[in-house]
Design a protein around this ligand. Structure first.
Ligand code: NAD
Ligand code: G6P
Ligand code: MN
Length: 451
């Protein structure tokens, strides 16, 4: 069993490797390979990965750190894809350019997400083609490279037969926060229904050991005016940085407060936090610092801690487990791989072609819905028709993403402009054009030419 991690130099690699190592018996893993195009970055991450495998979890899993595609993918069974095309330098542009025009500045939502999508579509197709060429015939690519909504639509259009499952950790991160807030010890016993698009969906039911907790969540949010555990809220009040929970760090706090505002306005379902960028765009812009966005925060915290920790280890032979985060993110990816490999039919949210799962959404829309996962991939669970409000929002976003993918493939300025103009975070078409023109300039190295 060979698992290849694409974007081996990612800040998430150590945590994911730790989860794989801890679950090695269920995964029967013999070898982990790291593949990246940034040699320096991946070599450093490779150092801590080796330490995790050999010293921390004490396994005999073989480690290969490579920049060669054939060596990376040869006979691989699972490919975990987590690349960030353009790295944090471009994330910063994705967030800051729209803010300069008074619009939401976010890496996966709004203009920033569209720009990141334009950078990622073709590199992702290259990964699929290389995997097809070298990997085991029954390979599975688990892709969580963002923007997953746009990447998955591009896969549907350009590589419809690829064995790829596109996924997102935000719903389980929200369930984790809910579990901590309601003092529920085992988040895996929380069951829920959910529908939407990636970074654009709603929890419609939630139970814990048969107890209906959706209303409890709503009551908790009403009482605390945000969705975060009390310990995090206390830390925020004292201006102490919360540890261990990246989703509770500074730039994310407003996001958890927005759950309160969204639930006051639309109390039926518990929204995915990402909906705040669409439903509360103006407030999101007001809460942003156009000079210092989440990209800066990540570079100053997660990235700095990891690479300083590695340098310290190289100098002293000592490593602090605080250098990297291991937990739910990696566990969730390992869980999914185990479900595929061992045919467990465990339930996960996945981003899939609708094909009637949501009856009043188009057949070919990429939706995020629950599915049972076994060796042949997702068996999607059929949904009831969704209400007009959610359906209207989703249609606007689906068409925006489809236009972007078409525009990117055809090199069509007009279609990409329409995608920007259709995005709910951008108030008027002249602003859409101004942002697009700035994005073209900033992304010269990465985007196809638009005519
Ligand atoms: P990062 O910049 O630390 O790591 C990304 C790595 O990808 C870098 O080492 C970079 O060199 C590499 N890379 C870039 N282009 C590549 C290419 N063409 N081929 C191979 N490698 C390439 O970023 P990060 O913050 O650790 O995030 C990694 C990715 O995971 C991002 O896309 C992020 O959005 C995504 N992510 C997704 C979810 C989800 O819910 N779907 C959750 C967490 C992170
Ligand atoms: C959530 C989302 C991911 C996104 C991440 C960003 O986990 O589901 O898609 O990549 O947040 O987190 P960051 O710490 O990099 O801001
Ligand atoms: Mn996500």
């Amino acid at each position: 069993m060979i698992i290849t991690i694409v974007g081996g130099g990612s800040t998430f690699t150590p945590g994911i490797v730790k989860s794989i190592a801890l679950r090695r018996e269920e995964l029967e893993v013999d070898e982990i390979r790291l593949f990246d195009i940034d040699r320096e970055r991946q070599d450093k991450v490779g150092v801590v990965v080796k330490w995790i495998l050999e010293e921390d979890v004490k396994t005999d899993i073989k480690l290969t750190v490579t920049y060669d595609k054939e060596e990376a993918y040869k006979d691989a069974n699972f490919i975990f894809a987590q690349m960030r095309v353009g790295k944090y330098a471009m994330r910063e542009q994705d967030e800051k350019i729209p803010l300069r025009h008074g619009c939401v500045g976010q890496e996966t939502c709004g203009a920033g997400g569209l720009a990141y999508g334009m950078r990622t579509i073709f590199p992702m197709m290259e990964v699929i083609d290389d995997v097809e060429k070298y990997a085991a015939k029954d390979y599975w690519i688990l892709n969580y490279s963002n923007p997953a909504a746009i990447v998955s639509e591009a896969c549907r259009v350009l590589r419809p037969n690829a064995r790829i499952i596109n996924i997102c950790d935000m719903p389980i991160a929200i369930v984790d926060i809910i579990a901590q807030s309601l003092d529920i010890k085992d988040l895996h016993k929380i069951e829920y229904d959910y529908f939407g698009l990636n970074h654009f969906g709603w929890f419609t039911s939630m139970t814990y050991e048969g107890r209906d907790i959706l209303q409890e969540v709503k009551d908790y949010v009403k009482a605390h005016k945000m969705l975060l555990p009390e310990s995090n809220i206390e830390a925020i009040k004292k201006h102490v940085e919360t540890t261990g929970n990246r989703h509770a760090s500074s730039a994310w706090i407003h996001v958890w407060e927005s759950v309160y505002t969204m639930l006051e306005l639309f109390p039926d379902y518990v929204p995915n936090t990402y909906l705040n960028y669409y439903l509360l765009s103006k407030e999101s812009v007001e809460h942003s610092n156009p000079e210092h966005t989440r990209a800066n925060e990540v570079m100053e915290t997660r990235e700095k801690t990891l690479f300083e920790g590695i340098d310290h280890y190289l100098k002293t032979g000592e490593i602090s487990t605080k250098a990297f985060y291991a937990g739910e993110h990696g566990n969730w990816i390992a869980d999914l791989a185990i479900a595929l490999k061992n045919d467990t039919k465990q339930r996960f949210l996945v981003i899939v072609e609708n094909r009637g799962a949501i009856p009043n959404m188009p057949y070919d829309a990429m939706v995020e819905v629950p599915a049972y996962i076994g060796k042949n991939g997702p068996e999607v669970i059929a949904q009831n028709p969704i209400p007009l409000f959610q359906q209207g929002l989703m249609m606007q976003q689906v068409n925006c993403e489809k236009l972007l993918v078409e525009g990117c493939i055809e090199g069509s300025y007009q279609k990409v402009l329409q995608a920007f103009a259709l995005n709910k975070t951008i108030p008027t078409s002249t602003v859409a054009k101004a942002i697009l023109d700035d994005m073209i300039e900033a992304n010269k190295e990465y985007w196809p030419e638009l005519k």
